[in-house]
Design a protein around this ligand. Structure first.
Ligand code: DX5
Ligand code: ZN
Length: 224
């Protein structure tokens, strides 16, 4: 399928919102490679989540990689605050404004790895001119805004982006509806970072964190 190691990035959008510190420590102890943080503004997407102070509070608990997915428009006025909050990766949507290249330069200029995300309705070609400006491309497999939606098969787009990346050290991430039945399709098409919210947190809690471990292993095993 691929010889690239595949990383699992649980989205804390599906965690207990009253207990983020313990939730983050629990998923990391149970095998998460990265922690995915979904920032929503109620404008670019029809839902509201976290601002920089919340992200800064999460940082104290993350020992892996804090992967911050910005579903906000505009992006540029908030880059410095999210960088100061401790994001390792900041991913902005190509649809969020007319100057995505400038946004990506500003993210790298703030000392953070830069990602660019594509909504399901946006073609792969939109990121072709950006390959030297990014460390990660995120192909959305749902329309952003909510956890627990059904996977949209974006295999052709994922393959096209994989071709554009070539030998560059750029991660290809997928986000939305990833579970043991859909993960193999995304990885076969060329993804190497799988975001999963409901499929990781489903059925567990910080008291029964071994369920998170089982859920993460079920995704990994589906790729074997
Ligand atoms: C959707 C978010 C996703 C979401 C994934 O807008 O970007 O990260 O949390 O949730 P699941 O895995 O439940 O589709
Ligand atoms: Zn996300």
């Amino acid at each position: 399928m691929t010889d690239r190691p595949v990383l699992i990035a649980p989205s804390i959008l599906s965690a207990d919102f009253a207990d983020f510190g313990r939730e983050i420590r629990a998923v990391e102890a149970q095998g998460a490679d990265w922690v995915h943080v979904d920032v929503m503004d109620g404008h670019f997407v029809p839902n509201l989540t976290f601002g920089p102070p919340a992200v800064k509070a999460f940082r104290r608990h993350v020992t892996t990689v804090m992967d911050v997915h910005l579903m906000i428009a505009p992006v540029d006025p908030y880059i410095e605050a999210f960088a100061e909050a401790g994001a390792d990766i900041l991913t902005a949507h190509v649809e969020a404004g007319p100057h995505i290249h400038r946004t990506l330069q500003a993210i790298r200029g703030a000392g953070v790895k830069a990602g660019v995300a594509l909504n399901p309705g946006t073609p792969a070609e939109a990121v072709a001119p950006l390959m030297d400006a990014v460390d990660l491309v995120l192909v959305m497999t749902v329309n952003p805004g909510f956890g627990g939606q059904s996977f949209l098969d974006m295999s052709a787009k994922i393959s096209a982006v994989r071709g554009m990346i070539g030998d560059r050290p750029i991660h290809l991430q997928v986000d939305g509806g990833i579970d043991p039945s859909t993960a193999p399709k995304a990885v076969a098409a060329g993804a190497d970072v799988l975001v999963a919210g409901s499929a990781v947190f489903r059925g567990g809690s910080v008291e029964t964190a071994e369920v998170y471990g089982r859920n993460i292993r079920a995704i990994r095993d589906s790729l074997a």
